[in-house]
Design a protein around this ligand. Structure first.
Ligand code: DX5
Ligand code: ZN
Length: 252
């Protein structure tokens, strides 16, 4: 199935003042890849206020692209440094940005291996997929909770990975949306060799649902970062996923 079960910590909730050290620590704890959330300044999220729906919050995120006027690239040097410093494993750029077309080349130059954009953010997914490939990166296609899996399906044979968001994109520590699991299940049935990633509220309490549905790329932020033993959390997430994948193979 797909490319095996892999765990990619989201560094959104790590100690950002020590980003390099945090990435190193996660890799040393067995992370298979790094999931790097990227937002533009105008999309900054903040956690929702009491009683406010998650959608009402604005991003308060990590890797900013563009200065206030949207033209200057201010954080790409940080990315470049991070990428050069350890060339492996792969880094999945989760681009929660409008007009994702404009960041393909800068990300490729900075050393990203996978460029994951949101279907909701572009009018021309086909051209963007082509551009990402021509720039030497793998293609990830993400959908927000309100987007149906049928909207993603026409592109599934052209991408390397589908990302099913299990929270509203923007910040860590939100509640896992179990009602997204039928999307994962449907994709796994229709596209058995597709990499399927889940992102948002995934941890030891929710991994079983994701694994049973057929996800094989597991993003986890706060569950790993807040743990006193991140290595065991990463191992647990990967093991649950692998066992479910093996069971699916046997059941076939
Ligand atoms: C949220 C981001 C996630 C987030 C995950 O929109 O895309 O990658 O950091 O964090 P947790 O696992 O805490 O929900
Ligand atoms: Zn993410």
């Amino acid at each position: 199935m797909a490319s095996g079960c892999r765990v990619g910590p989201s560094i959104l909730n790590s100690d950002l003042a020590a980003l390099g050290a945090e990435c190193c620590r996660l890799l040393d704890c067995g992370a298979d890849y790094l999931h790097l959330d990227t937002l533009r300044p105008e999309h900054h999220l903040r956690p929702p206020r009491r009683g406010e729906p998650a959608q009402a919050a604005r991003p308060g995120a990590l890797l900013r692209l563009g200065a206030a006027n949207g033209s200057a690239v201010i954080y790409l040097p940080v990315l470049s440094a991070l990428f050069c410093w350890r060339t492996r494993p792969s880094k999945d750029m989760h681009m929660m940005v409008a007009r994702p077309e404009q960041w393909v080349k800068p990300m490729a130059v900075a050393g990203a291996n996978q460029y994951t954009f949101h279907l909701e953010a572009t009018d021309n997914p086909g051209a963007l997929i082509k551009d990402i490939r021509e720039n030497g990166m793998k293609v990830g296609l993400a959908i927000k909770p309100a987007t149906t899996v049928e909207q993603l399906a026409p592109w599934a044979n052209q991408i390397d990975m589908a990302l099913v968001m299990t929270v509203e994109p923007g910040f860590g520590g939100q509640k896992f949306m179990e009602d997204m699991m039928p999307k994962v299940q449907w994709l796994r049935t229709q596209f058995p060799s597709l990499d399927i990633e889940v992102d948002g509220g995934v941890g030891p309490d929710t991994i079983h649902k994701c694994a049973e549905a057929g996800a094989n790329m597991i993003v986890s932020g706060s569950a790993i970062m807040k743990s006193a033993d991140p290595r065991s959390v990463i191992n647990l997430l990967r093991n649950v996923c692998s066992e479910a994948a093996q069971k699916r193979c046997l059941d076939r």
